[in-house]
Design a binder for this molecule. Structure first.
Ligand code: ZN
Length: 187
């Protein structure tokens, strides 16, 4: 039985055959993938056992593609909530516990009311309980000091952290291109 079309995303590799991004994993819908194939922007590395037909052409849906032109990584990652969580491995920097994204918030190490700024080096991942417990107090006053001092990460560091979080769905044709921090299954 062939898989439904909407569960046929393509893993997108850069021209150096590494994923464009690990977390989230760089995936394109089959429509975008097929369009890129016809525009001659990608090489097909591997395909699904599934064919789509137009009046003039027939194509097996690619499962792995690589870009023909290399896209250099941007040097500075975006300062977003998600990237702060990723930098901190989705762990509260006060109690050290991991939490799902929706249960995390971020905390100003030097509170804003004390002149602390919303920057990479003053914001850490926090669970709601620790965030509430710390309130507007300074770290050395309340004894809540971040487990790792906050810093501006590089794109490379965030990519490395993302490798620790394999997505739920992995097509077998992707395995060869992904290096997770988990142990590789022997075949
Ligand atoms: Zn906590």
């Amino acid at each position: 039985m062939s898989p439904p079309l909407d569960s046929c995303p393509a893993l997108v590799l850069n021209a150096d055959f590494r994923p464009l991004s690990y977390f989230p994993l760089s995936l394109w819908s089959w429509q975008d993938t097929v369009k890129a194939v016809f525009l001659d922007r990608v090489n097909i590395i591997s395909v699904y056992d599934r064919v789509v037909r137009s009046p003039t052409a027939e194509i097996r849906i690619p499962s792995v593609i690589s870009l023909k032109e290399y896209i250099p990584a941007t040097r500075r990652p975006a300062f977003t909530r998600f990237n702060v969580f990723l930098r901190d491995h989705f762990c509260c920097q006060y109690c050290g516990e991991p939490f799902p994204t929706q249960e995390l918030t971020f905390d100003h190490v030097i509170p804003r009311s004390r002149g602390g700024r919303t920057t990479w080096d003053n914001v850490v991942t926090s669970c709601s309980a620790c965030n509430l417990a710390k309130g507007n107090r300074l770290p050395h006053v309340c004894g809540m000091i971040p487990l790792s001092p906050p810093f501006q990460p590089t794109v490379f560091q965030l990519q490395e952290n993302g490798r620790a979080f394999p997505p739920n769905f992995l097509h077998e044709s992707w395995r060869d291109f992904l290096y997770w921090d988990t142990e590789l299954d022997p075949f």
